[in-house]
Design a protein around this ligand. Structure first.
Ligand code: PAF
Length: 287
């Protein structure tokens, strides 16, 4: 496995693989790789000849009071994990390589990025869309694998690929969870033992929403209220939001459709923000 540091090296390697007729997949990450990332890399491995894992903690997607400086950066173990999971190349540029002096061009999504994470974290998706576009241009993939865990990011990347006519297939991998249901995230490491124990309410709230929808509840307001009720049992420091949305536009829904509604939530324990989501389906009536 190779570690490449510059865009020029990465583009050359990608060109040479493409020239040899090989299919490239990219798995963009910010490092601190866990089993969730491993599942993305393994998925890419089954679908491509060459797997590129990118490791870059992107300053442009962090707000001024967010965790950019304390974000975990276990680089050597990340490289080992990426290799063991099936990566052929790790692309790990420096911030200066990505955002050199004079950098002035950003990619802005105007719809899917506007609510929820976009409203809570102004500028976040501008940073995400910009780095994802740059990573795509550097790695030249046929396929990109993202995790469903960051559902709004998936909506933004889908729109990016579609709106900018990128010739890239998007694969969205299911959320990987701990045995008690907590979705894997690099930020789980920040939770104290007590916060970790209380964080099970996220999964409880989402599975309750799923049960209610399957039992025929059509009111998104009723489902949202029930999610808030369960989340409060975990005494979080703040519930940023709990809602039922259309997964493509991230517009909040009033009525739960038969299929394709997404329950989403963001909750804070101490200074740690946890996100999760789950698809809701109305049980089809037996006619
Ligand atoms: O999901 C992440 O880890 C990041 O948002 C991404 C896609 C690697 C862009 O920095």
């Amino acid at each position: 496995m190779r570690t490449l540091r510059t865009i020029a090296e990465m583009q050359l390697a990608a060109e040479s693989e493409r020239g040899a007729g090989r299919r490239l997949a990219v798995v963009p990450t910010m490092g601190a790789l866990h089993r969730g990332h491993v599942s993305l890399i393994e998925r890419a491995r089954t679908a491509a000849d060459v797997v590129v894992t990118t490791i870059f903690v992107n300053p442009a997607q962090f707000g001024p009071n967010e965790d950019l400086t304390r974000y975990p950066r276990p680089f050597d173990s990340d490289v080992a994990v990426a290799g063991a999971a099936g990566s052929d190349i790790v692309f790990a540029p420096s911030p200066e390589e990505i955002y050199p002096e004079g950098f002035q061009t950003f990619v802005v999504n105007e719809r899917a990025a506007s609510g929820f994470e976009g409203a809570e974290r102004p500028g976040h998706f501008r940073g995400v869309a910009t780095i994802v576009a740059k990573l795509f241009l550097a790695t030249k993939p046929h396929l990109a694998v993202f995790g469903q865990k960051d559902a709004q990011q998936v909506a933004v990347v889908k729109a990016l690929i579609r709106d900018l006519n990128m010739d890239i297939e998007l694969d969205v991998a299911p959320i990987v969870r701990e045995p008690d249901g907590l979705a894997l995230s690099s930020r789980n490491a920040y939770l104290s033992a007590d916060e970790r124990a209380r964080s099970v309410v996220l999964y409880k709230a989402l599975t309750d929403a799923q049960r209610r929808a399957a039992a025929g509840e059509r009111s998104a307001t009723a489902i949202r209220r029930a999610m808030y009720g369960i989340l409060k049992e975990g005494r979080p420091d703040r519930i940023d939001y709990a809602a039922v949305v259309d997964p493509g536009s991230f517009v909040e829904l009033e009525d739960v459709p038969l299929t394709g509604a997404l329950a989403i939530l963001a909750v804070r324990f101490g200074s740690t923000r946890l996100l999760d989501n789950m698809y809701l389906e109305q049980r089809k009536s037996e006619a």
